[in-house]
Design a protein around this ligand. Structure first.
Ligand code: UT7
Length: 332
C-alpha cells in the first residue's frame, strides 16, 4: 500500500431537457401513473430526443461542467474512464470520443461495462490508478442513453429508464478523506434475466433480429428484483460492519436508482432513516451508470468534508457492490 488515498474532488452532470412523464407513457402503452408510482416510484425521466446526439454528447457536457466547476485544465487529466452500456458505437470507446470533445488531449481512456454497477466498478478501478501514485487527475463518467435500447411498446421496461450523465474528478487525498473500502461481486448466471439479445458477436444484427425486437432491453423483473434486494443490502451491511460503522455514522446511502422499493429495502437493512438516503429516481428514473453520480451531483451542496457515504449498486450481469467514501470537501 502506497498510503495515498483517492478522493472525489468535484462532480459535474448533464440531463437532457425533454421530460417524459407517466401521463405521456400511459398514452404510449397500457400503464398508469398509479401503477408506476406504486411498483417503481418514477414520476418522470429525461430523454435525449435529438437523434444525432448520443452518450458521448451527455458525457462531454458532464465532463465540461466538472472541469469548469473545479477549475481544472483539461490537459492535466491523465485518465478518463466512461462507464456505459450504451456506447455511441461498439467501437471506438465512447471515452475516447469524450476526451476528444472535451479537449483532454493528454489522457488515455477506455469504457467499462458493468451495467448499473458501472459507476461503482469504475470508482474502484480509478481509485487504484490514483493510489498507485502514478496518476494525479482521473475522471470517471457514468453515462447512458437508455432511450436508444428501450422498446417503447413494452410496458414492462419502458417506464423504468431515462437518459443522463455525470462525472467525478479523482485526486490524491491529503487527509483522512477519500475512498476507504469496497466490496464488488458478479454472478454471470444472472445474465439470462437482464440483457440485450442481439447486436453482439453471438447474435449479430440481421433483419430477423430487428423484426424480433432483439436489439432492446429484455428483463425478467422479479428474479432481478429479488437478487437486487438481497445483494445490495448484504454488501452495504457488510461494508458497514467491517468498517465499524453504525447507522448513526452514515450521512448518506447513495443507492443505484432502479426501484424505490429496492432502495427502501436496502435502507431498512442498514437501519437508516429517509433523511440518510439520496433519492432522485422520481425525476430521472434508472439512468444505469449515471444514477449514483447524478445523486452526488444533486446532493453536492448538502455534503460536508468528513461525511460517511455508502455507495451501493445492483445490475445486469449480475453485478453488485458497495463502496465506503469519506467525502473530501465542503460545499463551495
Ligand atoms: O437496474 C438494473 C436492475 N433492475 C432492477 O433492479 C429492476 C428489478 N425489478 C423491478 O424493479 C420490478 O420487477 C419491476 C418494476 C420491473 C416490475 O414490478 P413487479 O412488481 O415485479 O411486477 P411484475 O413483473 O410481477 O408484474 C405484475 C403485473 C403483471 O400483470 P399480471 O400478470 O399480474 O396480470 C404485469 O403484466 O403488473 C403488470 N405490469 C404492468 N401493469 C401496468 C407490468 N408492467 C406494467 C406496467 N403498467 N408498466
Amino acid at each position: 500500500m502506497s498510503g495515498i488515498k483517492a478522493a472525489i474532488t468535484g462532480v459535474g452532470g448533464y440531463l437532457p431537457s425533454y421530460v417524459l412523464n407517466n401521463d405521456e407513457l400511459s398514452r404510449m402503452v397500457d400503464t398508469s401513473d398509479e401503477w408506476i408510482m406504486q411498483r417503481i416510484g418514477i414520476k418522470e425521466r429525461r430523454i435525449l430526443k435529438d437523434k444525432s446526439k448520443a452518450t458521448s454528447y451527455m458525457g462531454t457536457k458532464a465532463v465540461k461542467e466538472l472541469l469548469e466547476k473545479t477549475g481544472t485544465d483539461p490537459l492535466d487529466i491523465q485518465l478518463l474512464v466512461c462507464a456505459t452500456i450504451t456506447s455511441d458505437m461498439h467501437f471506438p470507446a465512447t471515452a475516447n470520443i469524450i476526451c476528444e470533445k472535451a479537449g483532454l488531449a493528454n489522457a488515455f481512456s477506455f469504457d467499462l461495462n458493468a451495467a448499473c454497477s458501472g459507476f461503482v466498478f469504475g470508482l474502484e478501478t480509478c481509485r487504484r490508478f490514483i493510489e498507485s501514485g502514478a496518476y494525479k487527475k482521473v475522471i470517471l463518467v457514468g453515462a447512458d442513453k437508455m432511450s436508444a435500447i428501450v422498446d417503447y411498446e413494452d410496458r414492462t421496461t419502458c417506464p423504468l429508464f431515462g437518459d443522463g450523465a455525470a462525472a467525478v474528478l479523482l485526486e490524491p487525498a491529503t487527509g483522512q478523506e477519500g475512498i476507504i473500502d469496497s466490496i464488488l461481486a458478479v454472478d454471470g448466471s444472472g445474465a439470462k434475466y437482464l440483457y440485450m439479445y442481439a447486436g453482439g458477436s453471438l447474435h449479430p444484427p440481421t433483419h430477423e433480429t430487428v423484426d424480433a425486437k432483439q436489439h432492446y432491453i429484455f428483463q425478467e423483473g422479479q428474479p432481478v428484483f429479488k437478487m437486487a434486494v438481497s445483494k445490495m443490502a448484504d454488501v452495504s451491511v457488510e461494508i458497514m460492519e467491517r468498517n465499524h460503522l453504525s447507522h448513526k455514522d452514515i450521512r448518506y446511502l447513495v443507492p443505484h436508482q432502479a426501484n424505490m422499493r429496492i432502495i427502501e429495502a436496502t435502507a431498512r437493512r442498514m437501519n437508516l432513516n429517509k433523511e440518510q438516503v439520496m433519492i432522485n429516481i422520481g425525476r430521472y428514473g434508472n439512468t444505469t451508470a449515471a444514477t449514483i453520480p447524478l445523486c452526488l451531483w444533486d446532493y453536492e451542496k448538502q455534503l460536508k468534508k468528513g461525511d460517511n457515504l455508502i455507495l451501493s449498486s445492483f445490475g445486469a450481469g449480475f453485478t453488485w457492490g458497495s463502496i465506503y467514501v469519506k467525502w473530501a470537501y465542503d460545499p463551495k
